[in-house]
Design a protein around this ligand. Structure first.
Ligand code: ZN
Length: 293
């Protein structure tokens, strides 16, 4: 079944609840970046968290999360659109630590650091929003909840999880986000906090076969009104055209130098690992284009 995200309101519209199953896209990210299990968990949690947060923002923005720490992983960078496209990478994909309390030690891999959240206008017009907060635990979910609480002044719970098998493959991944909206009563917030406390971990919920709507109910009860359910996927925005544009931006002398020494140019997209090779003839074509300008 394809990965999906569901969006709903609960408690008479005073709570926003989102849930996602992201197993396939996290496995795709693992294959693309050849991440070791701890790095896979960090990347998968961040990809899932970005999709959840992106589903709460305006349609003409994309959301970027950058976790930076002093641990062996160094950092995770992901971005997602409200339409459900997400991409991302970790700085050190080979990072793997011994599990802590039976879980992949993402907090240990990230260490102490900061989370930078950005909302970037898609069309290049409008205001860029940027907020930097200290990492709470480096476990991703708790960090996102802290960010929502400190930056947006709303109580929130975020659970994201990834389960990998003995071969390092992603067997289950998913998560949820619950956020208090204006008018949320303390009783409603307490009730959800209690449910979240008692619920199984996100990856266990997915392993148990729950879909996003089931997960909504698991964390928010039966009284939720579903707004939308849609597919989500790993999708990068890189393209051959963008690579050509980047080469053109190098300028005439630089392109000529590359032609002289390498006879071709290579670029690998760090977000998705796609490798682009621009051969001699194409480089000459680009050079001719620069000459005309
Ligand atoms: Zn790419």
């Amino acid at each position: 079944m394809a990965d999906r995200l569901a969006r709903a309101l609960a408690h008479q519209g005073t709570l926003r609840v989102l849930a996602a199953v992201t197993t396939d896209l996290v496995e795709e990210a693992r294959r693309r970046h050849e991440t070791a299990p701890t790095a896979t968990a960090a990347l998968g949690r961040a990809l899932t968290g970005a999709l959840l947060l992106a589903a709460t923002i305006k349609r003409d923005e994309r959301l970027s999360l950058e976790f930076s720490g002093d641990g062996p992983l160094r950092g995770v960078l992901v971005d997602a659109t409200p339409e459900g496209d997400v991409r991302g990478f970790v700085m050190r994909p080979a990072t793997h630590l011994p599990p802590r309390r039976g879980k992949l030690d993402v907090g240990g891999a990230l260490g102490r650091g900061v989370l930078c959240v950005m909302r970037v206008p898609l069309a290049g017009v409008g205001r860029l929003y940027r907020s930097v907060v200290p990492l709470a635990s480096g476990e991703i979910g708790g960090d996102l909840a802290e960010y929502l609480q400190s930056s947006e002044q709303t109580p929130a719970a975020v659970g994201v999880g990834v389960y990998v098998d003995g071969d390092g493959r992603v067997v289950a991944a998913g998560g949820y986000l619950v956020q208090g909206l204006p008018g949320a009563t303390q009783d409603a917030l307490d009730a959800v906090a209690d449910r979240v406390e008692r619920a199984a971990t996100p990856s266990q919920l997915v392993r148990d076969g729950l879909g996003p709507v089931d997960i909504l109910h698991a964390v928010a009860g039966e009284d939720v009104s579903l707004l939308e359910e849609r597919e989500v996927q790993f999708r990068c925005r890189c393209s051959r055209e963008r690579v050509d544009a980047a080469i053109l931006a190098m300028g005439r002398a630089e392109i000529a130098a590359v032609l002289e020494s390498e006879r071709r140019a290579e670029a690998t997209c760090e977000f998705c690992g796609t490798r682009y090779v621009v051969g001699e003839n194409e480089l000459r074509g680009l050079l001719a284009g620069v000459a005309r300008n």
